[in-house]
Design a protein around this ligand. Structure first.
Ligand code: NAP
Length: 316
């Protein structure tokens, strides 16, 4: 069985007709959306694409549309890019040179039952959805998506580490800061390839888990003592954890890969001043494995739409 093949997960079997009669509108996006579009077409949804006019291989089974209240007023599902909108409603699309702005008028034209999907939502989108009673699902806030997403994130982190060091990861001293969804996956993979993994945590439960998994653990409050020996530091803590004070204790040739969302957890100005290589590495799943990242989203969106269908059919 091929991992991530379209019917890999049991719940995906026999779902092909699941979205019959549903109108799914995609507004903007990147390569990850292509997998979601493909899934919706396979599930027999009516698919409209806004901001996809430069798509190299257009989908048969989907129609290109302009952004208008008319199209949105007939949407059952609206799928936005991972970043949703910016603070002014701007929606990004790598498949068009047009500017796409989701205005209040657009949002208010959605039917009350329409569900809006985005990876994360800025207050602009949250407020508009709340004002018009539209359900908004932020996919990246979900534990399952974050855990699945940690797989391409870890592969991307390894890629960054290999590209930016002249030593093997095997035998290197790797600090992993944070033991959440990404940190745990990363520590496990580094450990498996023979790195000396030391995890920086703040809770006793994470200390215990690290011990159980065979990693050394230390309290992040004692980080300055532990960076002294590090070859690599991977940060997953979304807070200013690698401060100027910490950087003063780091070896000059340490490589810091910062996975935490912008602005990251490193004092970059000070790192540059000390000549320490510190790299903020956002959006790795979309860079190293857009297809897999897209399939994770497709699977989650179609799973979430399933109860909607069952309700319609009177099965719940
Ligand atoms: P997570 O599950 O919430 O894990 C975050 C970890 O940081 C937790 O272990 C948490 O500890 C710890 N932490 C938070 N604040 C801390 C502090 N002040 N001191 C010490 N520890 C602290 O998050 P995640 O899903 O692993 O994601 C981690 C970060 O990576 C996020 O910013 C996320 O947006 C980003 N991310 C980036 C990529 C990429 O491609 N670069 C991909 C996925 C995610 P407790 O459990 O004790 O609270």
């Amino acid at each position: 069985m091929r991992p991530y093949s379209i019917n890999y997960f049991p719940w995906e079997r026999g779902r092909e007709q699941m979205l019959t009669g549903k109108h799914v509108v995609f507004l903007g996006g990147d390569a990850r959306q292509l997998e979601v579009i493909k899934s919706c077409i396979q599930m027999n949804a009516r698919v409209s694409l806004i901001g996809y006019d430069n798509l190299q291989s257009p989908f048969s089974g989907a129609s290109l549309k302009e952004l208008s209240t008319e199209v949105l007023s007939k949407a059952d599902v609206l799928v936005l890019p991972i970043v949703g909108t910016d603070e002014h409603g701007h929606v990004s699309s790598v498949f068009t040179s047009d500017t796409l702005i989701l205005t209040e008028e657009h949002l208010s034209s959605l039917p009350a039952h329409c569900i809006v999907f985005a990876g994360i939502a800025k207050p602009y989108l949250k407020d508009l959805c709340a004002r018009y009673g539209i359900e908004l699902i932020e996919l990246m806030q979900r534990d399952d998506v974050a855990i699945y997403n940690s797989i391409p994130t870890v592969e991307g982190a390894l890629m960054m580490a290999i590209q930016n060091t002249d030593i093997t990861l095997h035998g290197s001293i790797c600090l992993v800061l944070g033991m959440g969804r990404c940190g745990l996956s990363l520590a496990r993979v580094l450990h498996a390839i023979g790195a000396d993994v030391r995890v920086g945590v703040r809770s006793s439960a994470h200390h215990a888990r690290a011990f159980e998994m065979g990693f050394k653990a230390f309290d992040t409050r004692e980080l300055n003592q532990h960076v002294k020996e590090a070859d690599l530091i991977f940060n997953t803590i979304p807070a200013p954890i690698i401060t100027a004070q910490t950087l003063r204790h780091c070896p000059h040739d340490v490589v810091i890969i910062d996975l935490a969302s912008k602005p990251g957890g490193v004092d970059y100005a000070f790192a540059e001043k000390r000549g320490i290589k510190a790299i903020l590495a956002p959006s790795l799943p979309g860079i190293v494995a857009p297809k897999t990242a897209g399939r994770i989203l497709a699977r989650t969106i179609t799973q979430l739409l399933k109860p909607m269908e069952l309700q319609k059919e009177g099965n719940v």
